[in-house]
Design a binder for this molecule. Sequence first.
Ligand SMILES: *Cc1c(COP(=O)(O)O)cnc(C)c1O
Length: 407
Amino acid sequence: MTSATALEERHGAHNYHPLDVVLSHGEGVWVTDTDGRRYLDCLAGYSSLNFGHRHPALVEAVQTQLERITLTSRAFHHDQLGHFCAELAQLAGKDMVLPMNTGAEAVESAIKVARKWGYEVKGVPADRATIVVADGNFHGRTTTIVGFSTDPQARSGFGPFPGGFRHVAFGDSAAMAAAIDETTVAVLIEPIQGEAGVVVPPEGYLADVRRFCDENGVLFIADEIQSGLGRTGTTFACDLWDVSPDVYVLGKALGGGILPVSAVIADASVLGVLRPGDHGSTFGGNPLACAVARAVIELLADATHQQGAATRGAHLHRRLTDLVGSGVVATRGVGLWAGVDIDPAIATGREVCEDLAALGVLAKDTHGSTIRLAPPLTINEVEIDLVVDSLADVVARRSSTEVEVLA
Ligand SMILES: *Cc1c(COP(=O)(O)O)cnc(C)c1O
């Protein structure tokens, strides 16, 4: 019998380089491989599994909806969409929701909305709209989006790319102010850059961006696809600095780790520029997606998950800080979200993740020697200690190997 990985190797496009584990089951923060080995999932589907694997309330919402209706297309109304839009808009403190499926689609949709808003409301001359983006951004994988990525591998071989994007250093308020002019329709940033290694901007940065946008009639678009929905100890990362963007882009955890569900959320003065036929998606806002997202929104309603992420996140960061100096160069992050820079002299991020997997902890490197920890928000303190102890163990062993090699 051919193994699942051999089939994947032969018939699946090689656009990923997964760790050598074959998962077949997941429950809460734990996953099990085909040999029955258990692992603590510290990637959580890049923050799609904020509530863990197969959260009972989310599974139940899907099962209930499966018995009713799953897809209508937007050619007809269905009885979930209005509730989903109203509940999500309320969570974000906005009027309206544009439902899509994947994160990249929602980012693309936000770009389209911002441009149309720029031409129709701000009065930017046709086809002159610019959008300011940050160096080190990650917003998805479509041709437009990789076109304004600063990661050479994301772009290389995929041009030509659409224009209309300007780059500034992330966290640099003066650079942001200088990049905005009368053609600028939006600033598009991740409030905390996830793929870049969980990079938290300096205090005051998001408030500065908010102010520049207000002063210049520019939309502040916050890509909260990875940072949003509880991860940072707040519902949105922007809440950490009491900043309300004009447009939220959500995805990942909005689908509860079950379905791709994404959305653009804004006031009617912005999303109102879309009229029938301007934009669409066959699957966007389907009944099954709406049902699971509504259950996700309900899980966030009493802030228990957000508070848990804040308190247990503080524990995670305290423990990680203690590793700095012994094989770990630096750690960053907020809530249950951490970037850990391993000393490149002892190991690559990939090697550390391989060692961690052998100890029963699944994590993912981002770039070079940086690994990201983003466990489900339901992780408890004992499990956090297990993760940090395993990491300490791995870097200690790698450090001693390095000494032997040098000697
Ligand atoms: C994952 C991610 C995306 C893209 O989402 P997909 O569902 O993979 O298309 C966009 N922005 C951010 C910040 C992300 O983390």
